[in-house]
Structure formats: structure tokens, C-alpha cells
Design a protein around this ligand. Structure first.
Ligand code: NI
Length: 177
């Protein structure tokens, strides 16, 4: 296993369409293992092959608390989407930034696993968001194209939350009087 270099916004590989995987090979197995390791090391919840410079339709996702339930999706496709959620989103290819994006609340996707067997995955909330975000990477799209309002730095976001918390505290205080 080895860590791969994560490509950042502006790298042309991130705006290209990735190609379907036709057969599993030792090289691709290695790529998948490296993608998992790279995602965990970077403390991300998802990584798509183009983010490590490989134009293959492969994503790894792990939204579990312990980060020990990797979901590998090859040639994934969303077959159902419903509902709506607006929330904060970030990307390992856009370090230190975050923005608000509206996504479906629930998706159903079809993909192949590492043994090239078909499976269906159903995701809600964060998993639905991660599936949409990672699959967009395979078509050369980034979440920054979908951000509502501005892209915040992590420091700006911390400040904003601190202000909101202080405001909420004041209001709660007023209620008591
Ligand atoms: Ni991303």
C-alpha cells in the first residue's frame, strides 16, 4: 500500500471524464487499496480515482464514525434520488475550504464491487451526499460549481459558528429574564 498524491482544484485531470473499468487487474486492486489509505490518511469521507490522477470510474467512501467500513464503488450510477438536504461540503482536492450545497436526501446507486459483482447501495444524509459528490468527480465536476453563496475558509466558518453560538446564548439568556 502506498499513499497517493491528491490533486488539487485547477489540475486538469479533475475536469476530465473518467473511463469505465472493464476488468479487475492487480494494478487496479492496488489503486483501490491506495485510495482507501490515502482517504483515511487525509481524514476524508470519500475519494474518487481522478483525485489521485487516475481516470477510472472508481470511488471509495467511508462515512462511518470509526472509519473502518470502506465502500468501494466501480462504474457507479445513481438510479434513484429523492428529497433535498442543504449542508456544508468540503473536498480533499479543495483543502481548507467549505461551502453549502443542496443534494438529494436519499439516493440509490448501482455499482460493481472489487470482484466486479453488481450491488446496490442506498444512502441517506451524509452517505447520499458523499455518493453524489464522489460520482460528480468521475464526470469531471467539483462541488465548488454547486456552492450556494460563497466558499468559506475553515477559519471563517469557525468564526461564524462562534458568533451564532454567542447570539444563541444571548437569546437564551433573555428568555430566562
Ligand atoms: Ni471531492
Amino acid at each position: 500500500m502506498a499513499l497517493r498524491t491528491i490533486r488539487e482544484l485547477g489540475d486538469p485531470v479533475l475536469s476530465k471524464r473518467a473511463k469505465e473499468v472493464r476488468e479487475m487487474t492487480p494494478k487496479l486492486r492496488q489503486l483501490i487499496e491506495d485510495m482507501k489509505e490515502t482517504m483515511y490518511e487525509a481524514e476524508g469521507v470519500g475519494l474518487a480515482a481522478p483525485q489521485v490522477g487516475m481516470l477510472k470510474r472508481i470511488v471509495v467512501i467511508d462515512v462511518s464514525e470509526e472509519q473502518n467500513e470502506p465502500l468501494v464503488m466501480i462504474n457507479p450510477e445513481i438510479i434513484e434520488r429523492d428529497g433535498e438536504q442543504c449542508g456544508w461540503e468540503g473536498c480533499l482536492s479543495v483543502p481548507g475550504k467549505t461551502g453549502q450545497v443542496t443534494r438529494p436526501r436519499h439516493v440509490v446507486a448501482r455499482a460493481l464491487n472489487e470482484n466486479m459483482e453488481d450491488f446496490i447501495v442506498e444512502g441517506e444524509d451524509l452517505l447520499a451526499r458523499a455518493i453524489c459528490h464522489e460520482l460528480d468527480h468521475l464526470d469531471g465536476h467539483m462541488y465548488v460549481e454547486l456552492v450556494e453563496g460563497k466558499l468559506y475558509t475553515n477559519e471563517e466558518l469557525d468564526e461564524m459558528f462562534a458568533e451564532e453560538a454567542a447570539k444563541a446564548g444571548e437569546e437564551a439568556g433573555e428568555d430566562k429574564q
